[in-house]
Design a protein. Structure first.
Length: 251
């Protein structure tokens, strides 16, 4: 029993280790060029400066995206974000950027970056499709996790039908969804419409890395820290089944 307990403790510690080359992840940004990425939709420019991808807002542009060449299904993704204004943005995961669909409009699951007073960074929004899937309403600890004018670390575990993001180590959202099981990643620069006073607002991304080899083995145990929202019709997740069995009902 003692040996088993020690093994479990070690395993849990390993699960918390950030992704790096030693534990099977690979970088998606080399810190020097935009190799592996391409611009979609709007006209906001993306450049590389001081080891970060920098996006800048422009007037009269729709939402702009920098999309990955590759598509990804199951993965653990980590990246860092910096912004010093209330510029809304996000990271698309399992998203679609196909010229034959929606006239090429990037759409799909977005991990929100929301430094406004609403403070829903780490929530899940379905860009150009269903809208909000998991807000941070009533989640004060998660709403306080984002740090304006500092680098913020996001972690996204997308495994099977489960998508769960963390922000600076704080669990933020939890959805179960099978609408798009794989797709591109994409960094967003949000439209500012005709507001010239917002032109040149900056968002930065760096240290973008992904684990695609057996990510389930590195998944963080779901301890129920966040509500879970199930978007698969006529199904119950194990968590929902347990709640119903206890007479609680689903989240």
């Amino acid at each position: 029993m003692k040996t088993t307990a020690c093994a479990i403790a070690v395993a849990l510690v390993l699960l918390a280790v950030p992704l790096d080359a030693r534990n099977g992840c690979r970088p998606l940004f080399n810190g020097k060029t935009l190799d592996g990425w391409y611009a979609c939709n709007g006209t906001a420019p993306f450049t590389v400066e001081d080891g970060a991808i920098v996006g800048r807002t422009v007037v009269a542009s729709p939402n702009s995206f920098l999309c990955s060449n590759d598509s990804f299904g199951d993965f653990i993704l980590e990246y860092e974000v910096w912004v010093n204004t209330n510029l809304n943005s996000g990271m698309q995961v399992r998203s679609i950027a196909d010229p034959a669909i929606k006239k090429g409009r990037v759409h799909g699951t977005q991990i929100e970056i929301d430094p406004s007073d609403r403070a829903w960074s780490g929530g899940i929004y379905d860009e150009a499709r269903r809208g909000w899937l998991h807000t941070l309403v009533g989640r004060d600890t998660a709403r306080r996790a984002f740090r304006m004018g500092q680098w913020n670390t996001f972690r996204v575990e997308a495994i099977g039908t489960s998508i769960r993001p963390w922000l600076n180590g704080v669990p933020c959202a939890n959805i179960v969804d099978d609408l798009t099981p794989s797709g591109v990643l994409a960094m967003q620069v949000h439209s500012i419409g005709s507001d010239a006073s917002r032109a040149g607002d900056v968002i930065k991304f760096r240290n973008i890395r992904i684990l695609t080899t057996d990510p389930a083995a590195r998944a963080t145990p779901d301890k129920g820290e966040t509500p879970q929202f199930n978007y698969i019709p006529n199904t119950l997740t194990p968590r929902e089944s347990k709640d119903f069995g206890n007479g609680v009902g689903s989240n």
